[in-house]
Design a protein around this ligand. Structure first.
Ligand SMILES: O=C[C@H](O)COP(=O)(O)O
Length: 250
């Protein structure tokens, strides 16, 4: 049975003052029946990890470099994230793919580095609005999966996040049938490539305008094992109802 996960991606938001949010969240969810992960900006990882010590909240990075160390100004290696207190990392977010021109090959190398370092790894895929409207969504997702996922992976340490780009930060969410179709497709593709055991162990997250108000409906969709939440993960009052909806969906 896959344990559900509510993952928050703070993106380029947050300063030291926002660490208090984590303490509130930890108090509200002292014994959660789902995993809770917060990925703050790199500047806050160490402080965040210290703030949630002894609680069930885990801290993750938003990106890592494919190399273990070296001359890569401004980048952060997976072992550095571990050292700072992170237990997970997101790779291949559409904002990284777009802003930093990260290709599937780069995402795959990052995922390999993250998994090798012992970080739980969330690999993101998702189509643009033009691709959705052209009817090529499954081709796009299939292609991203084929080229962004490492050939060998630990299903329990690897998560796949479906994030339609047109739903990120827009308030626009695919309908339940659209999410169900993509998630079933992803599970099947995983089964074909990695076998039943790995495919069943991998958690599939949905991301894109998840809020307290739509969380229950999204979590009722088959093959949705949790969410990758942006805007609504910044405040405990917004993220908490999403965690509660996920717990109720078990
Ligand atoms: O990583 C999170 C996603 O990009 C979703 O962001 P959002 O919840 O603000 O739409």
């Amino acid at each position: 049975m896959r344990r559900k996960i509510a993952a928050g991606n703070w993106k380029m938001n947050g300063t030291g003052a926002d660490i208090a949010m984590l303490t509130h969240l930890a108090q509200r969810h002292s014994d959660p029946s789902v995993d809770i992960l917060i990925c703050p900006p790199a500047t806050l990882i160490e402080r965040a990890a210290r703030a949630v010590e002894g609680s069930s909240i885990r801290i993750g990075g938003q990106d890592c470099h494919a190399a273990e160390s070296g001359a890569h100004t401004g980048d952060i290696a997976a072992p550095m994230l571990r050292d700072a207190g992170a237990g997970a990392v997101i790779v291949g977010h559409s904002e990284r793919r777009h802003d930093h021109r990260e290709t599937d090959g780069i995402v795959r190398a990052k995922a390999e580095a993250a998994l090798t370092s012992g970080l739980a790894t969330i690999i993101c895929v998702g189509e643009t609005l033009a691709e959705r409207e052209a009817g090529t969504t499954l081709d796009v997702i299939g292609g991203q999966m084929a080229s962004s996922l490492p050939d060998t992976l630990d299903g329990s340490a690897t998560m796949l996040a479906y994030e339609p780009i047109w739903a990120i930060g827009t308030g626009r969410v695919p309908d339940a049938a659209q999410i169900a179709e993509v998630h079933a497709f992803m599970r099947n593709r995983l089964r074909e490539r990695f076998g039943q055991e790995t495919a069943e162990a991998m958690r599939l997250l949905y991301g894109g305008s998840v809020k307290g108000a739509n969380a229950a409906e999204i979590f009722a969709i088959p093959n949705v094992d949790g969410a990758l939440v942006g805007g609504a993960s910044l405040a405990a009052d917004d993220f908490s109802p999403i965690i509660a909806a996920l717990e109720a969906a078990r």
